[in-house]
Write a new protein. Structure first.
Lengths: 54, 489
């Protein structure tokens, strides 16, 4: 049976006290349709910050 | 006719020179002095370092671009400034030494009415025994600071990949090569791009990967970290950074001052005063930065380097260098006009200006070793500063010495950064971030020091697309191609 992501966490090791993404979180990172929407949103956020900085 | 001399053709210097030339027109002269024949889009050196881009993809010849822009280009390095002239003339000048083929070693005094020091950093490999000599990379480690370094790094990486394919485990050590480095972001990009390429090559399980840096927490990046709103929580970059390291199986060693480098191992000291060694088969350690080593002389020929430059070699500007300890730091310590306080026709832009102090909290080991990330000056702030200085100098030239100086404090500007974590049009990812302001202002934004409505970050394929597009856009802009002024810094 394939290990779940959280089963790789080592007790009291560096991985113990942080967030570990699951397969769904990782899926959305490279889902082309969702990332295209994020591309638009991130560009808008960046343009706003660029505008505030000039 | 006035002459503006810009020392340096990197992001800041190139921005200053090209805008000044455009605004001043043919009535005045803009001179660029840089030892390099080529312009380098440094953010993409990471991809050269993993063999995904070539040197030609990230560089172009400066001479034709400066000819197009009406800029007088001298391929030379600056040696010293005489801001008061000399005994025979009151006209200030900079002494340069040519690096251009056929003129190597020839020196010239170039007079100026205004000078902008945008010389960037000296890659101070020599600050750590074994990391290198002076500004030359040593033999034990690789670097991605220049395009040539990155090409060499990719060749060494390819050798390691082949060894792993032959069944030999390899240890990768990436991070900072001194307790006072900056550019943790570049090292962050490199370690995760290597990890991505090892997976693609099918050898990730044969690699041990470790990060070493001078940050007191992962995600500091030389700017004290940042805080991002996530599901109505205000979350430290430490949480997101650690998450990525754990996800990708990269162990970390932080609060470290790398104090020596030998073949196959480094020595370090930690914040608690303990020492240790770390072995490696492949290591990329960012060197600490210093000023390029310009000297300055007064009219009588006396050395006034300490008046014009800070001890680290960066040029003094309108910053508060007497702020004292961390508890006294304010956002207003940071410069806004980048004008030298002693000589009003001298400016510094980009990495070349002396910051008042770090952004991250300085820490010292019980042995007295200072371990503190020094402040980054990434592309966007450097470009904005370069443009503001160009504006100021042009106004001084055209409107007189009482003209208003333009301001661009890093405590009043944001930065958009994209940190690649692996390339690929459908499987690449990058952490896209905005930070506002770059230098935290705890009086204006109590708590985090930043406007959390305009400070954000997320990792995904969209970030990779953005970084790839920025590569094309900024090279287009730097080449002064059609519409170049429409692309913001």
């Amino acid at each position: 049976m394939a290990l779940k992501d959280e089963e790789n966490i080592e007790a009291y090791g560096q991985s113990y006290n942080t967030m570990t993404p699951g397969s769904t979180a990782k899926f959305w990172r490279t889902c082309v349709i969702w990332q295209f929407l994020r591309f638009i949103a991130i560009n808008i956020k960046m343009i706003v910050v660029v505008g505030k900085s000039h | 006719m006035a002459r503006l001399v810009v020392l340096g053709g990197g992001v800041a210097g190139h921005t200053t020179a090209t805008f000044a030339a455009k605004w001043l027109g043919s009535g005045h002269e803009v001179v660029v002095v840089t030892p390099n024949a080529k312009w380098n889009w440094i953010p993409s050196n990471i991809w050269v370092g993993v063999g995904k881009m070539s040197k030609e993809d990230v560089t172009f010849d400066l001479a034709p671009v400066y000819a197009k822009g009406g800029i007088n280009y001298k391929q030379a390095k600056a040696l010293s400034l005489n801001p008061e002239g000399n005994e025979s003339s009151d006209k200030p000048f900079v002494t340069i030494e040519y690096t251009e083929a056929g003129k190597e070693g020839q020196t010239e005094n170039v007079e100026y009415d205004y000078l902008v020091n945008a010389t960037g950093p000296k890659l101070n490999f020599g600050a750590t025994p074994g990391l290198g000599e002076g500004s030359q990379l040593g033999e034990h480690t690789v670097s991605v600071c220049t395009a040539d370094h990155a090409v060499h790094a990719s060749e060494e990486l390819a050798k390691c990949i082949q060894k792993m394919k032959n069944g030999e485990r390899q240890k990768f050590l990436i991070g900072t090569g001194h307790g006072m480095c900056t550019c943790q972001g570049a090292a962050f990009e490199y370690i995760f791009n290597i990890e991505h390429e090892l997976k693609a090559a099918g050898v990730r399980d044969m690699a041990d990967m470790k990060w070493i840096s001078n940050e007191s927490f992962l995600g500091d990046f030389g700017m004290g970290g940042l805080h991002i709103k996530s599901m109505d929580y205000t979350v430290s970059s430490k949480i997101f950074a650690e998450s990525l390291f754990v996800e990708r199986g990269v162990k970390w060693l932080i609060g470290a001052h790398t104090n020596k480098v030998e073949a196959g191992k480094i020595g370090y000291e930690l914040l608690d005063g303990s020492t240790g060694e770390e072995t490696f088969d492949f290591a990329m350690l960012i060197p600490p930065f210093a000023g390029v080593g310009l000297k300055a002389f007064n009219k009588a020929g006396e050395d006034i380097t300490d008046t014009v430059f800070a001890p680290n070699g960066f040029m003094k500007v309108d910053a508060n260098y007497a702020a004292g300890g961390y508890e006294n730091w304010k956002a207003s310590d940071w410069p806004s006009t980048y004008q030298n306080p002693t000589y009003s026709n001298l400016f510094a832009a980009g990495i070349a200006f002396a910051p008042p102090h770090p952004i991250s909290k300085p820490m010292t080991t019980p042995n007295g070793t200072m371990i503190v990330p020094t402040p980054p000056r990434t592309g966007m702030p450097s470009g904005i500063i370069g443009k503001a200085v160009a504006y100021s100098v042009c106004d001084l030239i055209t409107k007189g010495e009482n003209a208003h100086l333009h301001e661009a404090s890093m405590a009043d500007m944001g930065a958009a950064c994209v940190a690649s974590t692996g390339t690929g049009i459908f499987n690449g990812t990058a952490a896209a971030m905005t930070v506002y302001p770059v230098v935290p202002d705890f009086e204006k934004y109590p708590g985090t020091g930043r406007d959390t409505d305009h400070t954000f970050g997320e990792i995904g394929l969209a970030g990779h697309w953005i970084k790839r597009i920025l590569h094309t856009l900024f090279i287009w802009k730097a080449k002064l191609n059609f519409g170049w002024t429409l692309i913001p810094e």
